[in-house]
Design a protein around this ligand. Structure first.
Ligand SMILES: [Fe+2]
Length: 397
């Protein structure tokens, strides 16, 4: 109610608002919804608070209009986020939309209901530390793969240093994402994200209020901090907080266990979070890694998670399948370690860690393809080299 009133107030009094960069996310069913968000300032015109949309290729002029909810942008009091969650969309369908009449038209695509043909998406983390060109070049390579969506595992804009947050870094990130993450010049690629220590004021063991900007950008005004996205009956993607604004233990852990229990028949089960349980650069006994490893892998083991995408260490790693902290062919594979747009570090744990199957000091992302028969990953560098390939064949029960 507060946000609706805020939207109406803004419509009446903020007659000169300006529409900024656009990003897409999912908060609910990816087969029938899409969240369109954009950043506005007090110069925005009222028309910029509406999104018009229709199925791509419609011949008549039947645009549906939807009034966005306005959310304060916590990092900058002169800015607002316009948030529009479109519901009741058709699965596996392209839509076109515009933020006001006669302005540029963009497109998005909903996820399929079923996995009749292979589906691909991308996972990576630690995206824009200091060097924007490292971020841009990886974005451009990722967009060429035309993924259904991109999952980012935290340390997104590095807007937070210790307890200070710099809003310009979020704005720069949104601007570059909007410019580069497109298919065929105007189809925007949805992002689903989790927080890292550089997205939350104070980094670790903080509270909801310390991650206000992250939530305002990547969660709905009413959605909880951690979530699972279910794509039909073929993919569950768990988006977790590895101890930044929400404890690893406690209600998040209870929730994770309950949700994984529901997913016994889900074809592919994967999790994305920031701090690695099985690091490649940090030591195994580093306190935040040890904490994640203590609480989550036992649950992953119990409910047969397939892949856990980890970040934060700025290198590439893939573990052997692990169960009960030991190599086991039926175990969970931990992959990632987050170097989308950072200068990569040396994976110094590699010689000592029996759990690591592959490590590299390279910028990279994981290109994931799932089908009825297989789940596979290609690890790709910004210049297009494939660093590693890994796949699992699905056994019939
Ligand atoms: Fe981090």
């Amino acid at each position: 109610m507060f946000y609706r009133l805020f939207a109406l107030f803004s419509l009446i009094f903020c007659s000169n608002l300006y529409g900024g960069d656009i990003w897409l996310t999912w908060q609910n069913d990816p087969t029938s919804t899409m969240v369109i968000s954009w950043l506005s300032s007090k110069e925005t015109k009222p028309a910029h608070l509406f999104v018009s949309y229709r199925k791509y290729g419609s011949e008549d002029d039947s645009w549906s209009k939807f009034l966005s909810t306005i959310i304060p942008f916590p990092a900058d009091e002169d800015k607002f986020i316009c948030y529009a969650e479109l519901l009741g969309l058709e699965a596996d369908t392209e839509y076109e939309f515009r933020i006001k009449n006669n302005e540029e038209i963009y497109r998005f695509k909903t996820a399929p209901n079923t996995i009749d043909k292979p589906i691909s998406f991308i996972v990576g983390g630690d995206t824009l530390e200091d060097n924007t060109s490292l971020f841009k070049v990886t974005n451009k390579r990722a967009a060429k793969y035309e993924p259904l969506f991109v999952a980012i595992g935290g340390d997104i804009a590095y807007a937070v240093t210790n307890t200070k947050e710099d809003p310009r870094r979020w704005q720069k990130w949104l601007e570059i994402w909007f410019e580069t993450m497109r298919i065929d010049s105007n189809r925007l690629i949805p992002i689903v994200a989790v927080p890292g220590n550089h997205d939350v004021r104070g980094g670790f063991d903080r509270a909801h209020k310390d991650a206000e900007t992250f939530y305002a950008l990547f969660r709905s005004p009413t959605r909880r901090e951690y979530t699972v996205l279910r794509f039909g009956t073929y993919l569950s993607l768990y988006l977790l907080d590895s101890g930044h604004a929400i404890p690893v233990n406690g209600v998040q852990k209870v929730w994770l266990q309950e949700e994984l229990k529901k997913d016994a028949l889900m074809l592919h089960r994967m999790a994305v979070y920031h701090v690695p349980a099985y690091p490649s650069v940090s030591t195994l006994d580093q306190k935040y890694c040890a904490r994640v490893r203590k609480h989550w892998p036992p649950i992953f083991d119990k409910y047969d998670l397939h892949f856990a995408f980890e970040n934060h260490d700025h290198a590439y790693k893939r573990t052997h399948p692990l169960r009960n902290n030991k190599v086991n062919s039926k175990g969970v594979v931990y992959i990632g370690d987050g170097s989308w747009g950072t200068n990569p570090r040396l994976p110094i744990q590699a010689p000592n860690a029996q759990y690591l199957a592959e490590t590299r000091s390279e910028q990279q992302f994981c290109y994931v393809t799932i089908s009825k028969k297989k789940r596979s990953i290609e690890v790709v560098t910004p210049d297009g080299r494939v660093l590693d390939k890994y796949s699992q064949t699905i056994k019939k029960k």
